[in-house]
Design a binder for this molecule. Structure first.
Ligand code: NAP
Ligand code: MG
Length: 397
């Protein structure tokens, strides 16, 4: 059988632990037999990030900007425990995802992978809900003060011109807490553009909710920037028959719960943090969530939403068979191959990505699942090891 040819390589970002093991298996069993795979390979495994002083992460992000599409394996974000675990690790390297997001100025879109025999907890949801989380600022870059005596707190901005804007926050009698947070016009604009681009790319409505009735200036700026940016997109939205609308965050929450799903829900940083966990849990399992980083120029990086599944890896190292769910990582590959196919006009590559997805979902719908899904599926379920599960997908393909 001849394999499907590619034109432009994918940026391949390898990773750590159990997901690195699964990465290799997915390529060997599900992709290489069918696709003449072209990738530009970057090893983002912790050892190589450490050996290169993390330059490999920046290089992989730059390559993504150049080539347009990347697929990323989950990676370790080191903490103190990891420094004890690996004697060669000297520095707490930053999260690769944060580095890549910073270089690409991107927004993260998370969507559940839905199957017929796993019903969402919210019974009205028929289609996946994609949460778009703004990934800069607000409480994540705030400064905080605890005041323990009577006094006054002020908020002051000193412009380079020397102009000062100042407001009293509160006079206190003692015992109070304060927070100063910010966001930037550039970051909010990038966020808005990434959301509009992604809505067009996936043909879904876009909702945005904030609290501009209370936070008239701060959340008001978010609303205004979205509205101003939308002016440049509205005709393409109506051509595609999709819509954008803004509503209060509490109204958005109520509408989401009553909806059928199938939309992108743009959230400010904190709202997105909280709501993406709610939405993913209500749809089933973290192992069934995809994540794609989209830059305002329309560059795409696909990955699974979960981490490196460390506890499974330790069992794997002891020679035990694990039943780790590879579905989100498979979908990262199919997402990237499909996007590459679209950009390069290779319909066979898009078709292969579709068949890879449906072979995977079809297997789950027949009741063959990894351990994490055994108690979630309706009807009969047969637990598979990771290898058995991947082999059965290969047979279906
Ligand atoms: P995790 O790897 O997502 O795993 C947490 C738990 O969720 C696992 O122990 C497992 O539960 C379950 N799980 C997650 N994915 C699964 C899958 N594919 N199949 C079956 N079960 C799955 O998160 P973590 O333990 O907090 O983090 C581990 C490492 O991943 C850390 O070093 C962290 O820095 C990194 N991380 C990376 C990314 C990324 O690269 N995007 C994201 C998050 C975390 P059971 O053990 O109960 O089976
Ligand atoms: Mg969270």
């Amino acid at each position: 059988m001849s394999r499907i040819e590619m034109k432009t390589p994918l940026v391949e970002m390898d990773g750590d632990e159990m997901t690195r093991v699964i990465w290799e298996m997915i390529k060997d069993k599900l992709i290489l037999p069918f696709v003449d795979l072209k990738t530009e390979y970057y090893d983002l495994g912790l050892k190589n990030r450490s050996d290169t002083g993390d330059t490999v992460t920046f290089e992989s992000a730059e390559a993504t900007r150049r080539l347009g599409v990347a697929v990323k394996c989950a990676t370790i974000t080191p903490n103190k425990q990891r420094i004890e675990e690996f004697d060669w690790l000297k520095k707490l390297l930053p999260s690769p995802n944060a580095t890549i997001r910073g270089v690409l100025d991107g927004t993260v879109f998370r969507a559940p992978i839905t199957v017929g025999n796993i019903r969402p907890i919210v019974s009205t949801w028929e289609k996946p809900i994609t949460v778009a989380r703004h990934a800069y600022g607000d409480i994540y870059k705030a400064v905080e003060i605890l005041g323990d005596e009577p006094g006054v707190a002020t908020l002051r901005f000193t412009g380079e011109s020397g102009e000062i804007q100042e407001h009293e926050v509160a006079k206190i009698e003692g015992g109070a807490v304060f927070m100063g947070m910010h966001n930037t016009v550039q970051s909010i604009t990038s966020f808005a553009r990434a959301c509009f681009e992604y809505a067009l790319a996936t043909n879904q409505d876009l909702w945005f909710g904030a609290k501009d009735t209370i936070s008239k200036t701060y959340d008001g700026l978010f609303r205004d920037i979205f509205e101003a940016e939308y002016a440049g997109y509205s005709s393409r939205f109506s051509d595609q028959g999709i819509e954008y609308f803004y509503t209060l965050i509490d109204d958005a929450v109520a509408r989401i719960m009553r909806s059928k799903g199938g939309m992108i829900w743009a959230c400010k940083n904190y709202d997105g943090d909280v709501m993406s966990d709610m939405v993913s849990t209500a749809f089933g399992s973290l192992a069934m969530m995809t994540s794609v980083l989209v830059s305002p120029e329309g560059v795409f990086e696909y990955e699974a939403a979960h981490g490196t599944v460390t506890q499974h890896y330790y069992r794997y190292l002891k020679g035990e068979e694990t039943s780790t769910n590879p579905v989100a990582t498979i979908f990262a590959w199919s997402g990237a191959l499909r996007k590459r196919g679209e950009l390069d006009g290779i319909s066979d590559l898009c078709g292969f990505a579709d068949r890879l997805d449906s072979a995977t979902l079809g297997l789950i719908e027949e009741g063959y699942v990894t351990k994490d899904l055994v108690n979630l599926v309706e009807g009969e379920a047969t637990q598979q090891s990771t290898v058995e599960f991947l082999d059965k997908i290969a047979v279906r393909l």
